[in-house]
Ligand binder design. Structure first.
Ligand SMILES: NC(=O)c1ccc[n+]([C@@H]2O[C@H](COP(=O)([O-])OP(=O)(O)OC[C@H]3O[C@@H](n4cnc5c(N)ncnc54)[C@H](O)[C@@H]3O)[C@@H](O)[C@H]2O)c1
Length: 341
């Protein structure tokens, strides 16, 4: 399993030395280069620096080709180390490039967004977008992941909230994380650590999402549909937060889960508790999602804090949950795209 290390950036050289790589390359984007590359590269001898433009649209095969070319030109080999320094876009593409170049190089990840620290950099899923999100990718575990909390000091507030949507998900899945969020006054190392460790433990048991790993989709079935319906104006983490509320209402009807707990949690984290769409529109979106196998909607449902079940849900139940969580007051952090009732 990947080595998960929590420590400041100066911890990096010792992790690198442990692998004894033949060459070292950093992969980052223009934003993170400016903010953190110098600090990250301190104490590492003559690293190659590969800098791509900032944005989800650069998580592409074209970018991967450009990186492969550069690595080849630099004489990179299987014993060389690629270090992805950045948010989830960078950690995903770094993983993809490292897993495919010469059938796999050494890989280290230094996630610099909250979302990447608690989610994207953990668990070995790599990929690029290709006629759809993450359509081309591999499972490839990094040799190390360094979570350096200081990198979050430059992260814009909206990116912190984006990551908090995933933190809220872990809180419903894990009692320890839930307990930590009870006194939430801002993101801290213990909270990040518990979330990252929770995901690590789940992935250790099920790397390829054949069973247990599916619980990590809590809030994502409705969340993805909401994100898409908004034309991506509602950020992933906020859409997940809305999806958690929907899942909690389903849990309430089927298993007596107290959805008030989710509402309280989301409010504490400053996250939205309602979505702005019609139930019918979201249901349609969920049917199209790649996780709705054969047109049936599989849902992760909270039974109590720290306990969920994964099962198909009757559409009538879903519809009621979606109606109960609709908030069209305009106060739910999201502009409705034109044309939506
Ligand atoms: N592999 C997985 O398991 C997994 C899981 C969840 C998400 N993802 C992927 O992660 C991506 C989203 O990740 P993200 O939310 O981190 O987005 P991102 O990588 O685009 O980063 C968000 C923004 O923050 C900037 N940034 C990064 N670190 C910064 C810092 N320390 N200070 C200031 N700005 C900084 C980035 O340049 C970018 O503009 C998506 O492509 C998604 O598919 C992958």
């Amino acid at each position: 399993m990947e080595g998960l290390t929590f420590g400041p950036l100066p911890t990096l050289p010792s992790l690198v030395e442990g692998l004894n790589p033949h060459k070292i390359a950093f992969l980052t984007n223009t934003t993170v280069e400016r903010l953190w590359l110098e600090k990250a590269a301190e104490g590492i001898e003559e690293p190659i620096r590969i800098v791509i433009p900032d944005g989800e649209e650069y998580k592409s095969l074209e970018t991967a080709v450009a990186i492969w070319k550069q690595l080849q030109k630099e004489g990179f080999t299987r014993r060389s180390l690629l270090i992805g320094l950045g948010g989830g876009v960078i950690t995903d593409i770094a993983g993809f490039v490292a897993s495919t170049y010469m059938r796999g190089t050494l890989l280290g990840l230094v996630p610099t967004t909250l979302l990447a620290q608690v989610d994207a950099a953990i668990g070995g899923k790599t990929g690029v977008n290709f006629n759809g999100k993450n359509m081309i990718g591999t499972f490839y575990l990094p040799n190390f992941v360094l979570i350096a909390q200081e990198t979050l000091s430059t992260l814009p507030e909206e990116e912190i909230r984006n990551g908090l949507g995933e933190v809220a998900k872990y809180a419903l899945l894990d009692r320890k994380v839930y307990a930590l969020t009870r006194n939430f006054e801002g993101i801290n190392e213990t909270l990040i650590k518990e979330c990252a460790l929770f995901k690590t433990k789940v992935v250790e048991k099920d790397l390829r999402e054949s069973g247990l790993r599916r619980i990590l989709n809590l809030g994502h079935t409705a969340g993805h549909a909401i994100e898409k319906l908004s034309g991506y104006r509602i950020k992933h983490g906020l859409a997940v937060s809305m999806g958690l509320m929907v899942a909690s209402k389903v849990g309430e009807e089927l298993y007596g889960f107290d959805s008030g707990k989710t509402e309280e949690l989301l409010k504490k984290l400053g996250l939205p508790t309602g979505h702005p769409f019609r139930a019918k529109e979201i249901l349609e979106g969920m049917r199209l999602d790649k996780k709705a196998w054969y047109g049936r909607i599989t849902f992760v449902i909270p039974v109590e804090i720290g306990d969920v079940v994964v099962e198909e849900v009757d559409e009538a139940v879903l519809k009621r949950a979606l109606e109960a969580t609709r908030d069209d007051s305009g106060s739910c952090d999201c502009q409705k795209p034109r044309g939506s009732a």
